[in-house]
Design a protein around this ligand. Structure first.
Ligand SMILES: CC(C)N1CCN(Cc2ccc(Cn3ccc4ccc(-c5n[nH]c(N)c5C#N)cc43)cc2)CC1
Length: 240
């Protein structure tokens, strides 16, 4: 997979070259290009924004600069263009799984009050464009959202995670939050690891973990329970 990111703050994307993602890049599992939008400005001030038509607070990012940048970065190769925005469709694990199958992702990081809508409209004729949001809170720009989305996608690529099974058994992959996890020591500050996890009884352990996942999901994300397909809960789950 190749990932390109266009931004006025390239340094914001430096964490993508650290740790697991950095190792994936070094291993050739992912190619990453980070591009400074201002490289496509032609004025001495390198202006990328202007006042909004119709008035209102803040500034809007100019379409001309974005058009030149995206034409250059996209080139002729097909790619999914992703535009983070507070007004976007929710980015979910399902989105990450779908995008993990893409050959190319290009992320357009806006700032100010966002990017002139004509940029999205113009590229929608050339290929898939997704306006997405990572959550119901307001950030200052798209860069943090891109860090989140790139990590969620890249960890699903073959060879990236040391233990690939965990990508399948993620929270959300079976529709439930995952339950609590424990490691040594068996007792810490008077708190003990649940006996069942040390019993060696794998059926009992699986049941206990499923019950904790159901309990946590019911308490923290009842919406996920409501969204489960009818056959997702078995009789033992319903007894819970
Ligand atoms: C017209 C006028 C009255 N409106 C007034 C309220 N404005 C809301 C507004 C506020 C701040 C920003 C800052 N910003 C710039 C690019 C950008 C990309 C993503 C996000 C972002 N925030 N939260 C998420 N989950 C995001 C994602 N993904 C935020 C971004 C952009 C937009 C929109 C304009």
């Amino acid at each position: 997979m190749r990932i390109d990111v266009v931004t006025i703050f390239p340094g914001y994307l430096a964490p993508l070259r650290e740790a697991l993602l950095g190792r994936a890049i070094e291993a050739g599992l992912v190619e990453l290009g980070v591009h400074d939008l201002r490289d496509w400005t032609h004025d001495v001030h390198q202006a990328v924004d202007d006042s909004p038509y119709g008035g209102g607070p803040g500034m809007v990012m100019r379409p001309q600069v974005w058009g030149e940048a995206l034409d250059a970065v996209l080139g002729e190769e097909p790619a999914r263009l992703v535009v983070p925005t507070p007004a976007g469709r929710p980015f979910t694990q399902a989105t990450a799984q779908a995008w993990a199958a893409e050959e190319r992702l290009v992320f357009a990081c806006g700032r100010y009050e966002g990017i002139d809508q004509r940029v999205v409209d113009a590229y929608a004729d050339r290929g898939p464009v997704d306006e997405v949001s990572i959550g119901d809170y307001v950030l200052v720009g798209g860069e943090v959202a891109v860090l989140v989305m790139v990590e969620a996608v890249v960890r699903l690529l073959p060879g990236v995670l040391g233990n690939p099974v965990s990508a399948q058994e993620d929270s959300f992959s079976d529709g439930l939050l995952e339950g609590p996890a424990y490691t040594r020591p068996v007792s810490w500050r008077g708190l003990d690891v649940p006996d069942v996890l040390r019993s060696g009884n794998h059926a009992a352990i699986a049941r206990w973990r499923r019950d904790r996942a159901l309990e946590r999901t019911a308490a923290r994300r009842p919406d996920l329970l409501d969204a489960l397909p009818p056959d997702a809960l078995d009789r033992a789950d319903r007894a819970f």
